[in-house]
Design a protein around this ligand. Structure first.
Ligand SMILES: Nc1ncnc2c1ncn2[C@@H]1O[C@H](COP(=O)(O)OP(=O)(O)OP(=O)(O)O)[C@@H](O)[C@H]1O
Ligand SMILES: [Mg+2]
Length: 469
């Protein structure tokens, strides 16, 4: 009993401390009794500011005075000797040499609560939609709270994403983290939009990170619509925001998703894009003097990526799940690009979209051969897996002969699998394609696959007049 009382007293004590901390953070202009340290701005090059005389822990916030009695919010991103490196989390304007730098001792916190549903916010949690202030029910750390890997629930159920090719060929599990890999303009955002509309989830959290600003409105109004927005939270930090803002946008979206998951809900987290998140960290790392490694990415990028992605996934027992989709830009369709490579290694599956398929007019341009869902074994039964294998074999066999087929040099009869694929090709393309407004649930998708494979041989397809016998 005494122990219990002690715990309670300790808990109350900790809470008062936290409260005091927050109050102090809210009053940066009034430092007193050495609790808050003040320094001076010594150097400002690009987006990196150097202050001396203020002692603030890494990751904490400082405010820098600017001309016209304004403040710029910054975060401590590094130090060297008595120099503290800061980067702005907002616009950087009106800086003066020797300006006051005040450590506020607030750490990144994320306001969470039911009131976030239906709202569009920025990386600092400020509403962008003009619908008034958002009432917070609590605060969670921006960087999340790690889950003991042993207490995570396993992925056992399949999740309906409403896209036939994925539901049938690349089954996604509830709590899985998937990458959407493609070059620019191949249809990543559009596919993400489709899944936003059709996926069966309690809450959808969308992080629009480092992409075009105009896409934010488009996503909110056209993709989500009024109906979709009701169960969604959108965090937007487009390309024109400073790198820390983009970084925080991704962290905030993840923290909000975590909070809903911990309320026992099934959350769908969509991040467009993971590459921009990595690039934001690259800008920060390089500007504080980290050494560049592959393609200019400093080592911290390869630490931040798994730290972000590991926060999604199944929750601890009794909690909900976060199924996450991250778009990854593969520049010049290079699948070995360092961010693509690192992401592939930490995600539980990847869906590759290729330009060749998009150019042939098939959307979504999913390349079944290159895509993998690593939880397929756990969420499908043997007959389903056999169907998937069969169609994959056909697509692969067709792919190996594609050039010959294109010029009419393939001889029918050389390979029975290719012959079958040839015969069914229009049906296969029809099966893999899907209009953005059309949805196909898991049973319908699996049935379509079964029909495609078992149904009569389909109509013969006069592939090439020279070759058609
Ligand atoms: N399912 C689809 N049906 C029809 N057209 C599509 C589809 N998906 C993509 N497109 C076409 O491709 C274009 C680019 O799509 P989208 O913006 O989704 O690509 P992205 O990969 O997100 O591009 P970026 O790398 O520039 O962000 C669209 O404007 C549209 O014309
Ligand atoms: Mg896009």
């Amino acid at each position: 009993m005494a122990a219990h009382d002690d715990t309670l007293a300790g808990w109350h004590g900790a809470r008062s401390l936290r409260l005091a901390e927050r109050l102090r953070g809210a009053m940066p202009e009034a430092p007193h009794r050495g609790l808050v340290r003040e320094g001076v701005l010594r150097r400002a090059v690009g987006l990196t500011l150097e202050a001396s005389g203020c002692t603030a822990p890494l990751g904490s916030r400082c405010r820098v005075a600017t001309s016209g009695d304004r403040w710029v919010d910054t975060e401590v991103v590094g130090f060297s000797g008595d120099r503290t490196f800061l980067m702005p989390t907002g616009d950087l304007q009106g800086l003066l040499p020797n300006a006051r730098v005040i450590a506020t001792r607030t750490k990144g916190e994320v306001a969470v609560g039911e009131g976030l549903l239906g709202r569009v916010i920025d990386n600092d949690g400020e509403p962008l939609d003009g619908k008034g202030p958002i009432r917070a029910e609590g605060y969670v750390p921006l960087a999340g709270t790690p889950i003991n890997p042993l207490s995570r629930q396993p992925i056992e159920e399949s999740l309906d994403v409403g896209v036939r090719a994925i539901n049938a060929m690349l089954p996604i599990g509830r709590g899985q983290r998937v990458g959407l890999f493609a070059g620019s303009g191949v249809g990543k955002s559009t596919l993400l939009g489709m899944m936003t509309r059709f996926t069966k989830a309690d809450v959808i959290v969308v992080g629009l990170i480092g992409e075009r600003g105009r896409e934010v409105r488009d996503f909110v109004e056209a993709t989500l619509g009024e109906e979709g927005l009701r169960r969604a939270v959108v965090v937007a930090a487009p390309a024109d925001r400073p790198p820390l803002a983009r970084l925080h946008g991704a962290l905030r979206a993840t923290a909000i998703a975590e909070w809903y998951r911990d309320q026992g809900l099934d959350v769908l987290l969509l991040m467009d894009s993971l590459t921009r998140f990595a690039q934001a960290q690259r800008e920060i790392g390089l500007s504080v003097g980290e050494p560049p490694t592959t393609r200019g990415y400093p080592p911290s990028v390869f630490a931040k990526l798994p730290a972000l992605v590991e926060r999604a996934g199944m929750g601890a027992d009794g909690h909900g799940s976060i199924t996450a989709f991250y778009t990854v830009l593969t520049e010049g369709d290079d699948q070995q690009e360092p961010i693509a490579d690192a992401s592939r290694a930490i995600l539980d599956g990847h869906i590759v979209l290729t330009r060749r398929i998009a150019e042939s007019g098939q959307y979504p341009a999913i390349d079944i051969e290159q895509s993998v869902s690593r939880v397929m074994q756990d969420i499908t039964d043997a007959p389903t897996r056999e169907h998937i294998r069969k169609l994959k074999r056909m697509i692969a066999a067709y792919g190996a002969q594609r050039d010959l087929i294109a010029i009419g040099a393939y001889q029918r009869g050389s390979d029975p699998v290719v012959d079958e694929a040839l015969q069914r090709w229009p049906a296969i393309q029809h099966f893999l394609g899907q209009d953005v407004r059309e949805s196909s649930d898991v049973p319908a998708s699996r049935e379509a696959l079964a029909r495609l494979l078992d149904g009569g041989a389909g109509q013969a397809f006069p592939l090439n007049p020279n070759n058609a016998s």
